[in-house]
Structures are given as C-alpha cells and as structure tokens.
Design a protein. Structure first.
Length: 414
C-alpha cells in the first residue's frame, strides 16, 4: 500500500494515536500526539484505517528512546516511547474522556502512581518467554525494564531453554522456598497450570515456614503455590496462579485512598477476591461482608480475615443479590472491584436502589467503569472523586478508583 502523511491528534483507549487521512480516521500504534508521520496503511475498514509508521517527520518533544531491547516484539509495553510523566497525563485524559462520553460530570482526575520501571512483581511466562505482540510467537526474554529486581534476577539466571514449558507464574521480591524446594530462592515459581489442583490452606500437608519482609514473603508449594505479601503491615496470602496486583507500591497507595474517610458498622466488599481490601476495611467497620464467586480465592480470604468479624459468600454477585441481599444489614459503605467486564447488571441495579451512602468503585477497564458509574449517577449518586491508579507504567492499561456519595434526599432501601 502507498504511504500517507498525517498529523496525530490524540491518544485513544488501547494506546494508539489517531489522525486523519482524507477525512478518514487512521489508528497508528507507537505514535505520540502532535507528530507528523509518514505512515503506511495496513488495513482499511469502512470507518477507519490502521497504519504503521514509516518515517517520523516531526517527532513530539515527548518522544523518547525505549529502554527495552524487546520493545515492539513482546506484547507487553506499548507506551515506552513516550516520556513517563506525559504517559501518565495521556492515560489520565483517556480515563476522563471515557467518563465524559457517558455524560458524567468529571471532577479533576487525580493520579496515584509509583516508579516507572522496576515495579512489576508478578509475571506470566508461556513456554519460557513472553508472548509476542499480535502473534503466538514466544519472545525468550532475559530481562525486562518493568520487572522488579528479583524477577529480573531469575530471568537472567535461568536460561529460557531451562524454564518450565506451558503457562508459569512468577512472583518476586524475597520469596523463600520450602516443601521440597531450595531455601533462599527469591522468586515464587508456579508449576504449569492444570485444572485438577484445588487450593488447600490446611491439613494433609507439612507446615511451611515463612519469613515476612517488606511487601513479600512466601513459599512455593507443589501443586499449591502460595505467596504471602506484607502490605502496610498486614500479611495477605494468595495463590500465585490466581489474580493479584503486580505493583505493590501503587497497591498500598490505592488501599489508603480507598479506605480514607470510611467507617461504621457494616461494609460490603463485592468481588472481594482474596480479601485484600477487606483486611483493611475490618479496621474501620464492625463487620465486613465479602462476596466472591471464585471459591479458591475465598479460601484465602477466610485465612486473611481470621480473627476479624466478617461473613463470606462464595457465590456470584448476581446470586448474592437474588438470594442473600434481602436478609443483610444496612451497609454504611460498599467497595466494588469487578472484573474487566464490569459489574453484573443485577449488582449495579441493586446498588442503585440500595441506599448505601458511600460507594468506592475500582475497575481495570475505563469504558465499563464509566458505564457502571453512569447508572449510579442516574440513580442519585454524585461522583465525588476519580483517580487513575497507574499500576502499569509504559503500557496503555488503565485502572481507576471512583468515590461516589448518595445525594441528600435520595436514600432508598431494597
């Protein structure tokens, strides 16, 4: 295809920049807003084209040289060519735009951030490497600028050819190995995933000794791989193969922001996972109610909440709303942290009618977050604050925290 000259206008959700070619929108990866580029159209659709950069005619002053040898090859980072502080501003703008497009009056959007490199403590490998960008190619990395020191130490010491095949999870930062492993290792390494390894937290297994350090301590068990993290002085355990945040610095700041100003008798933690937020909410409320459909995660939540007054429901949010919500006490606050698809319709509808005075909503997808918040706003809630949780610098990934308060006169009960 022939080349075209365009000027990029803005970055959009997903990390591409858009420009115009003969009035038609063109999506260009690895560009920066305000650049003059020679591009080659790689695909043409009815409403838009996609293109690749051939020549950067006039670069943005915010363009920098990526510090990763694998940039553009692996499917991870896609904003490393942009100066870090400008990256954050672009992600903040994308988040705000998503909310405005849903008709929400957006307050000044804050940013909760940490280091731009060396932050990622959780890694997933496939056949010893990282999956390539837009392909099934495996990139056999030996270092990664966004990985923490312990992960990078493991990547450099263990050759790709000697790494386990299949899908393997790593969790770094001073993890120790027991139950058959070699003491002193600093990275928890899971076995290849299987569907037949239930989580156990006690009984039938030799006791595991752990030591707790800043953020992390843990063990590698076969087949149950348990890691214990120390966050703000509290220990939280989880299965390394399950979901847990990768950026502990930002996670600690997010926990503090989420809990700030909350307190009362009862709080709801919807989509609670292993109880990361509940552990801290228990310091501010008399009782915590956890709802989590993943019962493996809820086993760890029970362990993490030991000694704290709480009730746990191992069901989906929809089923909890239908079967259990009517018998629950009034909640003084709710924390909602759904998957990328957003809240279940039944959960969002119930919250809209619940009369809960304060809702703190987290999300890993700004589009579904804005959709859910727009329903709460229409039901009488006011978006008090919105923050970008910058968990993944050098990527287009956006997570966010919204604080909503029920306007006076809109109290309801269900």
């Amino acid at each position: 295809m022939c080349s075209q000259t365009i000027i990029t206008e803005k970055i959009v959700f997903g990390g591409d920049c858009i420009g115009k070619n003969a009035g038609k929108t063109v999506f260009v990866p690895y560009a920066v807003p305000g650049e003059k580029l020679e591009v080659e159209i790689t695909a043409s659709k009815r409403d838009y084209d996609t293109a690749r950069i051939v020549t950067i005619i006039e670069p943005s002053p915010h363009r920098v040289e990526p510090v990763c040898a694998y940039y553009g090859l692996c499917g991870g980072c896609n904003m490393m060519h942009i100066e870090p502080s400008y990256q954050r501003e672009l992600r903040r703008q994308v988040l705000s735009d998503c909310f405005r497009h849903c008709g929400i009056a957006v307050p000044e959007t804050g940013v909760i951030s940490g280091p731009d490199t060396g932050y990622r403590s959780r890694f997933q490998l496939n056949d010893g490497g990282l999956t390539g960008k837009n392909s099934s190619t495996i990139v056999p990395v030996t270092s990664c600028p966004v990985a923490d020191a312990e992960i990078n130490g493991w990547l450099s010491e263990v050759k790709p050819s000697l790494r386990p095949s299949g899908r393997v999870h790593l969790f770094g930062a001073d993890c120790i190995v027991s139950a058959g492993g070699k003491n002193g290792e600093k990275v928890a390494v899971s076995l290849p995933e299987t569907d037949s390894a239930p989580v156990r937290t006690g009984g039938g297994r030799k006791a595991v000794k752990t030591r707790v350090v800043k953020h992390f301590a843990g063990t590698v068990l076969s087949p149950e791989d348990i890691v214990t993290v120390s966050l703000l002085g509290k220990n939280i355990s989880f299965d390394v193969r399950g979901f847990f945040q990768s950026n502990m610095t930002v996670l600690e700041s997010a926990i503090q922001a989420l809990c700030r100003g909350l307190g009362g008798a009862n709080v709801l933690d919807m989509y609670s996972g292993c109880g990361t937020f509940s552990v801290f909410l228990a310091d501010k409320f008399d009782s915590v109610t956890l709802v989590e459909h993943n019962r493996d995660a809820l086993v760890f939540a029970e362990q993490n909440m030991a000694g704290k007054k709480h009730a746990s429901f191992g069901v989906s949010g929809e089923k909890w709303v239908q079967q259990f919500a009517p018998s629950q006490p009034h909640f003084d606050a709710a924390v909602v942290d759904p998957p990328r698809s957003g809240m279940e319709n039944a959960v969002c509808s119930w919250l809209c009618k619940s009369g809960i005075p304060v809702i703190r909503s987290l999300s890993c997808d700004p589009a579904t977050h804005a959709r859910d918040i727009s329903m709460l706003v229409a039901a009488g809630y006011r978006l008090e604050s919105l923050s970008l949780l910058d968990f993944y610098p050098n990527t287009c990934h956006i997570e966010s925290l919204a604080s909503l308060v029920l306007e006076a006169g809109d109290e309801k009960t269900v």
